[in-house]
Design a protein around this ligand. Structure first.
Ligand code: G3P
Ligand code: MG
Length: 248
């Protein structure tokens, strides 16, 4: 599964990143969904605009009309490739996309989304409700259903109410002691854990209980191979160009 599209190959959480993920051969893409100041779902990871766009301010205080104009190439250019970043800069598909534009792009590319609900403070329920109500109107019933994940259990509970038939994944940085109860209550299909905190015994227990196990964010082939050996089902990666040919 590509992470934020394919974060190391094109600017994260943009349509260009979804295309890069598809070109690298993944079938699933993870991305983060947050609400703008006027309550519109867009693809974005941070509370503040600066890292990816260079703009000042907070997403939760910025209206969609402004967000749509933001070019999201800054972090990619700084972290991965100045030359590629400059080629991406200014392209329409490198702006911060709406959830609706993203759904259309994924349908065209034949990719299935893992929608991570990434609410700003206090908006766990509203972010899930708005995002999923919108996505349900656009996502055809004959396509594989989106997988909804979140670190926020209130978002997953809202997802269960709004889209009960769409699968849910419990995201965690540390393996949660109460995983059995949480996954049962939220009716999850999968655990999504930080890869460095992933132990063989925990993978075995989760899988024995009938759930799938995904790990984020795995960018090395050796680490990926070790995790698959532990029984992990899905590697969420910034580098599908490396991992798909080696391990796919
Ligand atoms: O969904 C997996 C991963 O994206 C969770 O962490 O911070 O990259 O959204 P983060
Ligand atoms: Mg994420």
């Amino acid at each position: 599964m590509g992470h934020r599209g394919a974060k190391a190959l094109a600017p994260e959480n943009t349509l260009a990143s979804m295309r890069a993920a598809a070109a690298a051969g993944v079938t699933w893409v993870e991305f983060d969904v947050m609400l703008t100041g006027d309550g519109q779902p867009v693809l974005f990871h941070d509370d503040t605009l600066r890292r990816t766009t260079g703009a000042e301010g907070e997403m939760a205080r910025t209206p969609l009309a402004v967000v749509r104009g933001l070019d999201a190439t800054r972090h990619f250019t700084q972290k991965y490739s100045k030359a590629a970043g400059l080629r991406f800069r200014g392209q329409p598909e490198c702006r911060v996309p709406s959830l609706e534009e993203t759904a259309a792009c994924l349908l065209e590319l034949g990719l299935t989304p893992n929608v991570e609900i990434k609410p700003t403070k206090g908006l766990a329920v509203e972010t899930a409700e708005t995002a999923l109500t919108r996505l349900r109107k656009l996502w055809p019933a004959d396509r594989p259903a989106p997988l909804i994940s979140s670190f926020e259990r209130a978002s997953l509970a809202a997802a269960k109410r709004v889209a009960p038939d769409w699968p849910r994944g419990l995201l965690a940085e540390e393996f949660p002691a109460d995983w059995r109860q949480a996954m049962a209550e939220l009716d999850c299909v999968s655990m999504h854990l930080y890869w460095r905190r992933t132990r063989r015994a925990d993978v075995a227990a989760v899988k024995a209980a009938g759930y799938a196990f995904a790990v984020y964010t795995v960018n090395g082939v050796r680490a990926g191979r070790r995790l698959l050996d532990k029984g992990v089902d899905c590697l969420i990666t910034d580098r599908p160009d490396l991992l798909v040919p080696a391990l796919g």
